[in-house]
Design a binder for this molecule. Structure first.
Ligand SMILES: [Zn+2]
Length: 401
């Protein structure tokens, strides 16, 4: 029945949805990526969490507390994201980590600060959502290793190596390569993340960077918001050889909802206005260009919940069911039909119920795989901190970089 036609009648949907909710009561969703902290930063003066007020429904956006509850989210990696070219990268990373911590402090009855995998069960027992912090973008290191230790002390447990641009030590999926994947300093960053017990996020890294990191990492890796390249050939998605290596690495790929990484039809539609790396081409007159595209190509194809389920199936076929999770990448922008906001996770699980997956597999995809990976990352860190001193210095100290 997997991958086959599903019974879409209202009765079947109700039945699958109640089965999905049952699964999620046991294993609530651990979502790998949400950009709410950046939304709060840009929509309020000075990132004022109290003024944004997460406790009310934000119809204009996709994430708030009432809908996290409805969506049966048990844990969230919040992204301390910043655009690569923003001024003051080290400061901005700290400001976004601080913003997430202020979110936790503003809603102590809902968000439980989570700094290890075991905090998930503790939060669940208290009826709270485990709040994990991720840094999205190694640009905030400013080519130094010291911030890694400060970030960890501040609660960071996942680091996305780069964003849409290559850095001095790691190549981005959506930019020209400069480092053959990663260079010597990049390898030092990987080693120190292993030692600290902070998970390495290969989302946004180039395919070669993914391969080079898998060559050297001593802990499992996570792709916190990436799909299968074989189903949608956006460079942000992971190729089959990388997905297969997650089995031996014991890592995790978390399927994402970003429409351009989900739908091949949309990717093809976007191609004329994008360069080889998927970046929007500069237009002299963006409005005229958009009108021209609309006239020639018709309106954009829409990505769907069913297509996200197709990616999850392909990721399972390639990486194995023990290595797949969900990383929505809700960011206040467009989402696939059926997955408009964080309340919709049960509908995605329901689609997988209809495709014949067992409760046990669905619990793994919802959160058990993510928790297992974090536990393994923690245990590698504990072991390495006994045998290896902190790596110090910066880019210039790593010749060959
Ligand atoms: Zn991202």
């Amino acid at each position: 029945m997997k991958g086959g036609a599903t019974d879409g009648s209202a009765k079947a949907i109700d039945k699958a949805l109640s089965a999905a909710r049952k699964v999620l009561r046991r294993a609530p969703v651990f979502d790998g990526h949400n950009d709410l902290p950046w939304t709060v930063r840009v929509k309020t003066a000075r990132g004022d969490v109290m003024a944004y007020d997460l406790s009310r429904v934000h119809e204009e956006a996709d994430t708030d507390i009432p809908r996290l509850r409805e969506g049966m989210v048990g844990a969230q990696f919040w992204a301390a994201f910043q655009p690569t070219n923003a001024p003051h990268p080290a400061r901005t990373a700290l400001e976004q980590i601080d913003l997430i911590r202020r979110m936790e402090e503003a809603h102590p009855d809902v968000l439980a600060p989570a700094r290890q995998a075991a905090d998930f069960a503790k939060a669940k027992a208290l009826g709270k959502i485990a709040s994990f912090i991720a840094v999205e973008g190694g640009v905030g290191l400013e080519n130094s290793l010291a911030p890694l230790r400060i970030w960890r002390a501040a609660g960071v447990r996942l680091m996305t190596l780069c964003h849409n641009e290559s850095l001095d030590w790691v190549d981005s999926a959506t930019d020209a390569p400069r480092n053959g994947g990663i260079n010597a300093f990049g390898r030092a960053v990987i080693g120190e993340l292993n030692r600290l017990g902070v998970a390495i996020d290969l989302a946004h890294a180039s395919h070669d960077a993914m391969r080079r990191v898998l060559d050297v990492t001593e802990a499992p890796v996570i792709l916190s918001h990436s799909n299968a390249y074989s189903l949608c050939d956006h460079p942000r998605n992971a190729p089959d050889d990388v997905l297969r290596r997650l089995k031996t690495n014991r890592g995790l790929v978390m399927a994402t909802f970003v429409p351009g990484f989900v739908s091949q039809a949309l990717r093809d539609w976007q191609r004329r206005s994008r360069d080889a790396y998927g970046k929007a081409l500069p237009a002299a007159d963006p409005k005229a260009q958009a009108a021209e595209f609309d006239a020639k190509r018709g309106s954009a194809p829409k990505a769907t919940l069913e297509q996200v389920a197709d990616h999850i199936e392909r990721l399972i076929e390639t990486a194995g069911v023990n290595h797949v999770g969900i990383g929505s990448d809700y960011f206040g922008g467009p989402s696939p039909a059926g997955l408009e906001n964080v309340s919709r996770f049960p509908y995605l699980i329901a689609e997988l119920v209809r495709r014949g997956y067992s409760d046990r597999d669905l619990e793994k995809i919802a959160s058990r795989n993510a928790l297992r990976v974090l536990r393994q990352v923690e245990s590698v860190g504990r072991r390495l901190r006994v045998s290896r001193p902190p790596a110090i210095g910066g880019l210039a100290d790593y010749p060959g970089a």
